[in-house]
Design a protein around this ligand. Structure first.
Ligand SMILES: N[C@@H](CCC[C@H](N)C(=O)O)C(=O)O
Length: 276
């Protein structure tokens, strides 16, 4: 089968986006792994598949797959690229788009100047998918990675994150500790690992070792998780700029019971077709 796709990115977190509204398309794990390979396929961090909604009140459904073929609940940078894709392809002319994801319903607002604000939903600090049974110690939990003890804040923003506050962002620490915590026994479904350096109450530097991918240039849900963890701990104020390797995201969270708002860019790189 000849597959038409659009290559996109949000701050360097890159995607292949496929229109499964106009034509049904299904992928198996092996196909996704091959397409994601930067030598043998197209190369991407996530595959985004745009489908008709199952719920008639929604505009679309979109499914998200990591480069290892696993299907995931949520993707912040992907949501912004999804919004640009459906507008560019004239699958909708709405600038407020309601979307079904594995995480549930999310709402996207397309702004002028190529920016998109995503209502990411409410975070959870005692999520069922983060199996911490011990009582919280100021919301921080001890996890051993090799011989080193890390204190993490577990946060779910639909997908699971472990946020670590560090004094410095060190390449070798992200590369070595990231995979150890991603696959730590306390996270049976694995976890995205964020390394956050707090610069001031409204600015952080962040690197994310993503579940099912490895370190990416940027992670939208990772930025949301880091900021809400920082707000919860009293380190950050409600509006924060997160500096990621690929650029900046603006995150706002006004507190418990309210959704996280994430604003950032979405870019198209090229269109192509490939034999599946
Ligand atoms: N890059 C994404 C997150 C994609 C999913 C993640 N790797 C997971 O497995 O949960 C983002 O921008 O949020």
């Amino acid at each position: 089968m000849l597959l038409k796709f659009t290559k996109m990115h949000g701050l360097g977190n890159d995607f292949v986006v496929v229109d499964a509204v106009s034509r049904k398309v299904f992928f198996n794990k092996q196909q996704i792994e091959k397409l994601s390979d930067r030598n043998w396929g197209i190369g991407f961090d996530q595959l985004l598949v745009v489908e008709p909604p199952m719920n008639p009140d929604m505009d679309f459904r979109y499914r998200i797959y990591n480069s290892d073929g696993s299907e995931v609940e949520h993707c912040g940078n992907g949501a912004r690229c999804f919004a640009k894709f459906v507008l560019d392809r004239e699958l909708t002319n709405k600038r407020i788009i309601n979307v079904e994801t594995k995480r549930g319903a999310i709402q996207l607002r397309v702004l002028d100047g190529g920016l998109v604000t995503v209502d990411m939903g409410e975070p959870s600090f005692a999520p069922e998918d983060l199996p911490f049974t011990a009582g919280p110690c100021d919301g921080l939990y001890s996890v051993m990675a090799g011989d080193t003890e890390y204190f993490i804040t577990p946060v779910s923003v639909g997908n699971p994150h472990a946020v670590i506050k560090v004094d410095q962002l060190i390449d070798s620490e992200v590369a070595k500790t990231g995979p150890l915590i991603e696959c730590h026994e306390r996270f049976p479904r694995k976890v995205n690992v964020g390394f956050m350096q707090v610069i001031s109450s409204d600015e952080i530097n962040l690197r994310v070792f993503e579940r099912g991918v490895g370190e990416t240039q940027a992670c939208g849900t990772g930025a949301c998780a880091a900021v809400v963890a920082g707000i919860k701990q009293g380190w950050l104020s409600p509006k924060v700029t997160a500096h990621l390797r690929g650029g900046d995201l603006h995150i706002e969270w006004q507190g418990e019971g309210l959704p996280i708002l994430m604003t950032g860019p979405a870019e198209k790189v090229f269109e192509g077709q490939i034999y599946l």
